[in-house]
Write a protein that binds this ligand. Structure first.
Ligand code: C2E
Ligand code: MG
Ligand code: MG
Length: 396
């Protein structure tokens, strides 16, 4: 069995933690009360440290500084953060560790309860990758899948928060891999962007979405259709003309096509996209800032680009009614958007409380698992009848 290294400046805490671990059956422990001692133990020949339990609040080199030292040494040992600090501070430290490519197995508040520690230790013993960025498929495979038509659009409904009426869908791409089944965008969008494949992928999704939009219209269903596009798409001089041609082909009115751009991607090179966005807006295509609030330049985007819709990121929306910080972020984002005449959309609505809270705060549109998951066009037809049945009780 590998050893567990405990780093805490307080000898009493170390002793208590060791006792708790012994109680859980872990006996090979190394207690350290300074960062220097811990680093020495990690580097010592013959030692086999398989896990670090790290206190955050220490004089001198604190827990966060220690994480940085581990990252500099490219340590692969997983870390559990143990701290009496408030939850947000611990979570922030954990996110920092993950951003430095450390494996942060979890966080445990002090005083340490055996059951809580047990739950996090279980992740160590049956390691499911936590925080690890999803593995990206090789570009060659993505290129092959584009050629073979293995990408399928899924559609997630968007509703009007005043009435509950279905107003549109967001197109979310899925890869139906011949061996691996359904692959989510997190595993191929980044590689497609990096390797110049996103143009083909976007065209494929855009065409599929507008074709579906046309089919819905023929059934009398006038839905807006949103498609996620990359900064690289907007930076191409032929993109706006391609969109206009596809709109023409499908007969979907420009205002019912929504192009969603994430700020993160936008921040890289806004200038090249200015012309494209202006041309799209001149023809009344709806331009939406996706994942609003998560980037570093949200306000600069609002200032510089003629977008007309803001999608507040789901990580702020779910639980906004019970968490004052999330609530403040969402209400000020909504207020900001409204003041400059932008339509507001909330994503990530996961329960009835989220929905009620957003209605109270007069957000325009909403999307989320509570309303409907991303689904195939066939499943969407079934969802519509289900929604028609649920809508009256939720929006009475
Ligand atoms: P996004 O555009 O912000 O899409 C929302 C993501 O949140 C989707 O993940 C959706 O399935 C998920 N989601 C929806 N409702 C909820 C909810 O209530 N709770 C939670 N926790 N999640 C919810 P998905 O489909 O995995 O897509 C991830 C991202 O990949 C998208 O984020 C978008 O940025 C990108 N993406 C998806 N399709 C395409 C595409 O065709 N082209 C490009 N360029 N990017 C795409
Ligand atoms: Mg989106
Ligand atoms: Mg989003």
């Amino acid at each position: 069995m590998t050893e567990i290294l405990l780093l805490d400046d307080d000898p009493l805490q170390l002793k208590m933690l060791a006792r708790t671990l012994n109680g859980l059956g872990y006996t090979k422990l190394i207690g350290c009360n300074t960062a220097a001692a811990a680093l020495a133990a990690l580097a010592a020949p013959g030692r086999d440290v398989g896990l670090i339990l790290l206190d955050l609040n220490m004089p001198g080199v604190d827990g966060v500084a220690f994480l940085r030292l581990l990252a500099e040494r490219r340590a692969e040992v997983p870390v559990i953060l143990v701290s009496g600090e408030d939850e947000r501070l611990i979570e922030t430290a954990a996110r920092f560790g993950a951003s430095q490519h450390l494996t942060i197995l979890g966080t445990v508040p002090k005083p340490v309860w055996p059951a809580e520690l047990r739950a996090v230790l279980d992740r160590w013993e049956s390691p499911a990758p936590v925080n690890a960025p999803p593995a990206q498929y090789p570009a060659e495979e993505v290129a092959r899948a584009i050629l073979h038509g293995e990408f399928l659009p899924h559609y997630q409904p968007t509703i009007d928060l005043a009435t509950g009426a279905l107003v549109g869908v967001e197109t979310l791409v899925r890869w139906k891999h011949p061996q691996h089944g359904i692959i989510m965008p997190a595993q191929f969008i980044a590689v497609a962007e990096e390797r110049g494949l996103i143009r083909d992928l976007t065209r494929l999704v855009l065409r599929a979405a507008l074709t579906q939009g046309k089919a819905w219209r023929q059934e009398g269903l006038e839905l807006a259709v949103a498609v996620n596009v990359s900064m690289d798409d907007l930076a191409r001089t032929d993109f706006a003309d391609y969109v206009f041609a596809e709109l023409e082909r499908s007969g979907v009115p420009p205002r019912d096509l929504i192009l969603e751009v994430t700020e993160q991607r936008f921040a890289t090179n806004p200038d090249a996209a200015l012309a494209t966005v202006s041309r799209l807006r001149l023809r009344r295509v709806t331009m939406s800032i996706d994942d609003f609030g998560t980037g570093t330049s949200s306000l600069a985007q609002l200032r510089d680009l003629p977008f007309n819709e803001v999608k507040v990121d789901g990580s702020f929306v779910h639980g906004a009614g019970s968490n004052p910080i999330l609530g403040a972020i969402v209400t000020s984002s909504l207020d900001l958007a409204r003041r400059i005449g932008m339509r507001t959309v909330a994503e990530g609505v996961e329960d009835a409380a989220d929905l009620a809270w957003l209605r109270l705060h007069a957000c325009d549109l909403a999307q989320g698992y509570f309303i409907g998951r991303p689904m195939s066009a066939e499943a969407f037809a079934v969802w519509r009848t289900e929604w028609a049945a649920r809508q009256p009780s939720l929006f009475s």
